[in-house]
Design a binder for this molecule. Structure first.
Ligand SMILES: [Zn+2]
Length: 344
């Protein structure tokens, strides 16, 4: 009997890594979330050894074998100096600056498997988009725009073949740092951590800008308990999502506003990318922390603010969907890129 092939995905964070596997037909082996220590502070050799060990454990837990592995994908935060070569990042130790992670991980995987293993490396946000795209593209073909407001604005564009737009310096789709159409918002220019003073969309749609947004909205809700609260900014803004689920008017007004800005940004990006699918992810779509009613309200606001600015043919074609893979999207996306690359 021919051994069924699989593709592994490694999603590397600074402290933990996740592993996923998919089959040759693109179906997901397991959606159970397993996390493994990354050991980032111990240096390159320890990190690749930890990833291989994690893959070992994952495959044992799922009855898989290295003989079946036909390719591996690695999702890792940028920036990159070249394909598979890490640049300087605040999230990882300074000694990893310039590390050719692609070469070293491929060598470690090949040593473990006893034969050459093909590895693809990419930006974790883009690979997360690939994971989510692989779900909706089974429902209908077409390219995908993913926007995931969280601490920052995750953004990815996935083509109709399922592969991400990386760009020539691997920084394509940093779409959170494009300007919002301020003339439509009646809101001052908010500061953004990137330093651009042109009103980055990220500041109007994510947790990063929420303290500034809350101060603006409290002018309209001076009697709200948060106006008198002496709690730290971070605590106040992190309470808003929970308040909104209970119908708090201030919290709902803020998220409605964020949804409006995100919708306008969808329209902006549709002008450039002309996708079929719009996937919204991030904390406001989190199944455990939000109600179905809240998620639908937010998605509707995004759609209703986007469509008037799209071309008539796009208005008919565009399909809006909530992200569905949660924390596994990047590991699954990495495995999908490995599969698509191997089959190309
Ligand atoms: Zn910015």
């Amino acid at each position: 009997m021919k051994t069924p092939k699989i593709y592994l995905g490694t999603d590397s964070g600074a402290t933990t890594s996740k592993i996923a596997a998919i089959r040759e037909d693109g179906s997901i082996v397991s959606t159970k979330l397993l996390q493994y220590p990354t050991d980032a502070h111990k240096g390159p050799a320890a990190i690749t050894a930890a990833w291989v060990r994690a893959a070992d454990e994952y495959m044992t837990a799922n009855g898989l074998d290295w003989d079946q592995v036909n390719g591996v994908g690695l999702a890792i935060p940028g920036p990159f100096l070249g394909r598979g070569i890490l640049g300087k990042t605040a999230n990882l130790p300074a000694e990893l600056d310039g590390w050719n992670v692609g070469k070293d991980y491929a060598a470690a995987l090949s040593a473990r498997a006893g034969r050459p293993i093909q590895l693809t490396v990419g930006n974790d946000g883009n690979y997360g988009g690939v994971g989510e795209a692989s779900v909706v593209q089974k429902l209908g073909p077409g390219s995908v725009l993913l926007l995931a407001p969280g601490s920052g604005l995750g953004a990815a564009y996935i083509d109709a073949n399922g592969l991400p737009l990386d760009g020539d310096t691997f920084t394509a789709m940093e779409a959170g740092h494009m300007p919002a159409p301020l003339q439509l918002l009646n809101m001052p220019v908010l500061n953004c951590g990137c330093g651009r003073a042109w009103g980055c969309v990220e500041a109007y749609t994510t947790i990063s800008g929420l303290p500034q947004l809350l101060r603006e909205f409290l002018k309209k809700f001076p009697d709200h308990p948060l106006a008198a609260s002496t709690a730290p900014d971070k605590e106040k803004v992190l309470s808003l999502r929970g308040l909104a689920q209970k119908g708090d008017e201030l919290a709902l007004a803020i998220f409605d506003f964020q949804g409006k800005v995100l919708g306008l940004h969808v329209a902006n990006l549709v002008q450039a990318l002309d996708p079929t699918w719009i996937i919204i992810g991030g904390g406001l779509m989190d199944l455990e922390s939000t109600t179905e009613e809240f998620r639908q309200r937010y998605l509707n606001i995004v759609r209703d603010n986007a469509l008037p600015f799209c071309w008539p043919t796009q208005r008919e074609k565009l399909r809006f969907s909530a992200a569905s893979l949660g924390e596994l999207s990047q590991a699954i996306g990495a495995a999908q890129v490995a599969r698509i690359t191997a089959l190309a």
